[in-house]
Write a protein that binds this ligand. Structure first.
Ligand SMILES: C[S@@+](CC[C@H](N)C(=O)[O-])C[C@H]1O[C@@H](n2cnc3c(N)ncnc32)[C@H](O)[C@@H]1O
Length: 427
């Protein structure tokens, strides 16, 4: 027997897990969608939108709530704070939900969770917000786009105010879900037919014949074609790494930070069964994720190895025709999908990551054979992790020359912000 599920109660739990316990939003949401597979398509869409939207707009919502509440959001009890945020999100951004329903449901949830004494407060503030939020003026880009000030400042300094506004708009736009055909298992045409037979809407990605944008599906992991490993979910910008590296038949590829294996599996597929892709990562847990993907994709020319990229591996010197350095980064380009990164990342952590990237590059550069290629990439929009690190590397290693570098902004190629640089070793 299934009991009636209250989607708002689920969203409240998810917000508490992310905001108060530091869990990752995409993982929390994935677990809930896995657990409640029996919910209808509409209910699942509602809870996904409410969860992601509330997190995405959190700073804006907090600012609005603070205009109408005597108790500031920061001082509220965690449960009430998150309940207010998700309720105000519905009032401001979900036209299909009447304001009165939002207030009533919030009051019910507060009572049910043991906060009967605060139900009057919840009701009063929400009704005031519903009446007055349209008059609220936002003081700056940080509040308007719900982006921490330090990030807005860095982008303004790096790219200017107009570009910063475009980045912020790009991150707020609806995400495109793109997939890469597993070319070792199926042709693009066969995949399209399979997906269509499963009721999925498929659009071609003009620049890449094996990539597709898909929509109209409810539960990705439930698709037979997904279970059979016929495609890999990947942003188009990430696909450009293997495209840029352009491995040739029989090449030896080393990917020093490879989990869960998106770029490595792509490289192995482009090698069409020849050569070898050695995909490394720091922990056994991460290496197991790569192994799962090797098995799912049925790849015989790829192996996963546990190795710390900050420690030199003399056996790898001058071994790689292609070295992929898709390094840990601040992730400011993927905030459209991982909405909570913006609240978890800090200026200090981003500076630490820029240092770690230099540390890794200064160890692994010699794995590239003379004439070989090094692709450096990050999924961030941050000059000191991207162009500055590339310039630093070229200065330290004059045996490398830059073929090209590109900062991709959200919406330009796929939906993520991304950086990649192609460097070639001469001697
Ligand atoms: C950006 S992700 C890689 C994504 C991957 N290239 C893909 O396309 O699926 C960075 C990876 O670096 C790994 N990492 C972090 N520090 C590392 C280290 N010292 N040595 C090796 N891997 C490391 C993390 O575990 C993470 O999986």
């Amino acid at each position: 027997m299934t009991t009636k599920v209250n989607e708002r109660a689920l969203v409240l739990e998810m917000l508490l897990a992310v905001n108060e316990e530091g869990q990752y939003s995409h993982l929390v949401l994935r677990d809930v969608l896995d657990k409640y597979q029996y919910l209808g398509k509409q209910e699942r869409a509602f809870l996904t939108r409410l969860m992601e939207g509330t997190l995405e707009r959190q700073l804006t919502l907090d600012y609005v709530i603070d205009q109408f509440s005597k108790t500031r959001v920061k001082k509220m009890k965690p449960l009430i704070r998150n309940l207010m945020r998700m309720s105000v999100y519905q009032i401001m951004y979900m036209d299909s939900v009447p304001d009165s329903a939002v207030c009533n449901e919030a009051v019910k949830l507060a009572r049910k969770r043991g906060f009967s004494g605060l139900s009057g407060f919840v009701n009063g503030v929400l009704r005031s917000v519903a009446r007055g939020w349209r008059e609220v003026r936002f003081p700056n880009l940080s509040v308007t786009y719900s982006m921490p000030e330090w990030i807005v400042d860095i982008w303004t300094e790096n790219y200017g105010e107009e570009k910063t506004r475009q980045i912020l708009e790009g991150l707020t736009a609806e995400n495109r879900l793109t997939i890469r055909t597993n070319l070792s298992a199926v042709t693009p045409e066969e995949l399209v037919n399979k997906l269509k037979s499963e009721g999925v809407t498929v659009h071609a990605v003009p620049e890449l014949p094996y990539a597709f944008e898909i929509s109209g599906l409810d539960y990705l992991a439930g698709l037979k074609s997904f279970k059979e490993g016929l495609f890999y979910v990947q942003d188009v910008s990430s696909m450009l790494v293997a495209e840029t590296a352009a491995p040739k038949k029989n090449d030896y590829v080393i990917d020093v930070c490879a989990a869960p294996g998106g770029k490595s599996t792509h490289m192995a597929e482009l090698l069409q069964g020849s050569g070898m892709v050695e995909a490394r990562d720091l922990t056994e847990y991460k290496v197991d994720l790569i192994r799962e993907n090797i098995a799912r994709h049925g790849l015989s020319n790829m192996k996963a190895v546990q190795m710390d990229a900050t420690v030199d591996d003399p056996d790898s010197h001058q071994k790689a025709d292609v070295l992929v350095c898709d390094l840990p980064c601040s992730g400011l380009g993927v905030m459209g999908k991982k909405t909570d990164i913006r609240y978890k990342m800090t200026k200090e952590k981003a500076a630490e990551l820029a240092k770690l990237q230099r540390q890794i590059l200064s160890v692994v550069w010699d794995y590239v054979r003379p004439g070989g290629t090094l692709v450096y990439s990050t999924c961030t929009i941050h000059r000191s992790e991207n162009e500055d690190n590339t310039a630093w590397f070229l200065k330290e290693h004059p045996e490398f020359s830059l073929e090209f570098q590109r900062q991709i902004f959200p919406g330009e190629a796929g939906s993520d912000g991304f950086f990649l640089a192609k460097l070639v070793r001469s001697k």
